[in-house]
Each structure stands twice: as structure tokens, then as C-alpha cells.
Design a protein around this ligand. Structure first.
Ligand code: C2E
Ligand code: MG
Ligand code: MG
Ligand code: MG
Length: 282
């Protein structure tokens, strides 16, 4: 009896486990070929000036189009890309394509539009990272001031000298640095003084609370004021409703990003959006 039970629970356990690891292995091998098969694509989402709704910069957001799996969102494949180290090659591709795209927007609007690129910890710590960034800029003749690298607070948790040095070197080169998902990953704020950040992106969970709770608004107001007193630019992420834009305008939030203005769009559609936004009078 006991033997039978053991066997059946074993039989129940194994196929599920092997299915998961099989899926993982399959995804990993597909990801290894995705770059050469040209399956990655950048989507673009505008970051607008809160006061006017006019585009200020653009965030590049990665998508993976795989014939067998369809379009895969970054939250589903970035972690595996990190674990396997593939993020280093993928990240270089993203930097290159993002800088290339940014050079085209000037032709549409007649002025400089910045590009923001997400960087994950493994990529950031790779010894070739700074060179990859510089190469992407020079290959595309893009001014370093137009590139902003988005880093999450998690990266700063290790408190390492190396992290601080990489940030300082990027800063010295004129590249802008931002803290992505601000408020979700780290409780101490002292790092804001010791590292050369230019921008804080308030996580969308806080923006979501603005119109729903009294305290939510107070928290966002406090973050905006703190950022400004430290000389940082502030971006609200995940702005979806007009009521949120009114609050953010009133509180002097510099920039906004979210579905209210535009979803992330593929290059062609984004250029159309840019063209319209550029011509709209405010
Ligand atoms: P993130 O950098 O915080 O990017 C913002 C995410 O919020 C994007 O999700 C965007 O589509 C979504 N979003 C924008 N506006 C709204 C809104 O109004 N409401 C809601 N609910 N969501 C909104 P996405 O594109 O799925 O990317 C998820 C995360 O994947 C990014 O979060 C970033 O951490 C990572 N990621 C994306 N592209 C790259 C990349 O090229 N390299 C690396 N390392 N990570 C990337
Ligand atoms: Mg980001
Ligand atoms: Mg700087
Ligand atoms: Mg974010």
C-alpha cells in the first residue's frame, strides 16, 4: 500500500517537473538563436513633459517575436536571459538599435529626443558594458546626453565599489542615469546623494494610488519634492487616467509616461505618433 502511494505521488510529481525544465531548456535554446534570426524587436513609448504633453524622450522596450511562441514580453524572458548571460549580447543589440532609432526622430521633429534604455544587473556588471555603450553612441553619432540608462534599485543593493565606479564613469561620459521603478526595491535613500543619478522614475503602483487614496497623493507629492530638492528630474510611470495627469501637473512632476499618452509602439507606428504629437499645438 505504502509502496503504491509512493509510486503514484512520484508519478504525479515528475512529469510536471520535467515539463517545466523542458520548457525552460527549449526557451533557452530558442533564445540562443533569436538574435541571428532577428526575432527581437524594440517598441517605443514616449515620455512627455507633464505640463504640455509634448514628447521629451522615448523608452525602448524589448519584445521577442518567436514563430513557435508568438510575441513574448520581457518579464517572461529577461530573467532567463540574465541567468544564462545571453542578456549581454541581447543588451548590446538593444543599445545599438535604440541609438539608431533616436537619430531618426530628429528628422521628424527637428529637435533632439532622448532615448532611455533598460539595463539589467548582469549586463551592467559585465566588463564590456561601458565599451558597448560607447560603441552604440559613436556608431550612430548620438550625443551621450541623449542616452539615459535605466537601472533599478536592486542593482544598488550590493553597495559595491564596482557599481559606484561604473555609474561614475558613465556620468563622466555625459550619459544620463535614472532609477527605474523608484520606491519598490530599496528602503535607504542615501544612495541618491552618493550616486550620480539624473532622474527618478516613480513606480506605477504609486501613480495608481494617486486618485484612489488620500495618502497615495501625499506620497507622490513627497517624492516629487524630494527629487527636486536633490536636483533630480522626476518621471511618473504608468499614467493611465486624466485625473492623474491633473494631479501631476499641479504637483510639478516634470515628465509623464503611460497608456494615457501612448502604449509602447513598434517603430513605424511610433513615428506616426511622433509626427502627430510634434504638430499638435499646446
Ligand atoms: P520598465 O522599464 O519599468 O518599463 C515599463 C513597463 O510598464 C513596460 O512593460 C510598459 O509597457 C509598461 N507600461 C507603460 N505604461 C503603462 C501604463 O500606463 N500602465 C501599465 N499597467 N503599464 C504600463 P514591458 O514593456 O512589458 O516591460 C517590462 C519590464 O521589462 C520593463 O519595466 C523593464 O524592466 C524590462 N525591460 C524591457 N525592455 C528591456 C530591455 O531592453 N532590457 C532589459 N534589461 N530589460 C527590459
Ligand atoms: Mg524602464
Ligand atoms: Mg550625470
Ligand atoms: Mg519602471
Amino acid at each position: 500500500q505504502a509502496k503504491r502511494q509512493g509510486k503514484s505521488s512520484y508519478a504525479h510529481f515528475t512529469p510536471e517537473m520535467s515539463e517545466v525544465s523542458h520548457e525552460r531548456l527549449q526557451m533557452e535554446s530558442r533564445m540562443r538563436r533569436a538574435l541571428e534570426l532577428n526575432e527581437f524587436e524594440l517598441y517605443f513609448q514616449p515620455i512627455v513633459k507633464t505640463a504640455t504633453g509634448k514628447v521629451h524622450a522615448v523608452e525602448a522596450l524589448l519584445r521577442w517575436n518567436n514563430p513557435a511562441m508568438g510575441m513574448i514580453m520581457p518579464d517572461r524572458f529577461i530573467p532567463l536571459a540574465e541567468e544564462t548571460g545571453l542578456i549581454i549580447a541581447i543588451g548590446e543589440w538593444v543599445l545599438e538599435q535604440a541609438c539608431l532609432a533616436a537619430t531618426g526622430w530628429r528628422a521628424i521633429t527637428g529637435r533632439d529626443i532622448g532615448i532611455s534604455v533598460n539595463v539589467s544587473p548582469r549586463q551592467f556588471r559585465d566588463s564590456g558594458f561601458i565599451n558597448a555603450v560607447m560603441r552604440a553612441l559613436s556608431n550612430n553619432d548620438l550625443a551621450p546626453q541623449l542616452l539615459e540608462l535605466e537601472i533599478t534599485e536592486r542593482l544598488l543593493l550590493d553597495n559595491s565599489i564596482e557599481t559606484a565606479e561604473i555609474l561614475r564613469e558613465l556620468d563622466r561620459a555625459g550619459i544620463r542615469l535614472s532609477v527605474d521603478d523608484f520606491g519598490t526595491g530599496y528602503s535607504a535613500l542615501s544612495y541618491l546623494k552618493s550616486y550620480p543619478f539624473d532622474t527618478l522614475k516613480i513606480d506605477r503602483t504609486f501613480i495608481n494610488d494617486v486618485t484612489k487614496t488620500q495618502g497615495g497623493g501625499s506620497l507622490v507629492r513627497a517624492i516629487i519634492n524630494m527629487a527636486h530638492s536633490l536636483g533630480l528630474t522626476i518621471i511618473a510611470e504608468g499614467v493611465e487616467e486624466e485625473a492623474q495627469t491633473l494631479f501631476l501637473k499641479q504637483e510639478g512632476c516634470d515628465m509623464s509616461q503611460g497608456y494615457f499618452y501612448s502604449r509602447p509602439l513598434p517603430a513605424g507606428e511610433f513615428n506616426e505618433w511622433l509626427n502627430t504629437n510634434h504638430q499638435t499645438q499646446t
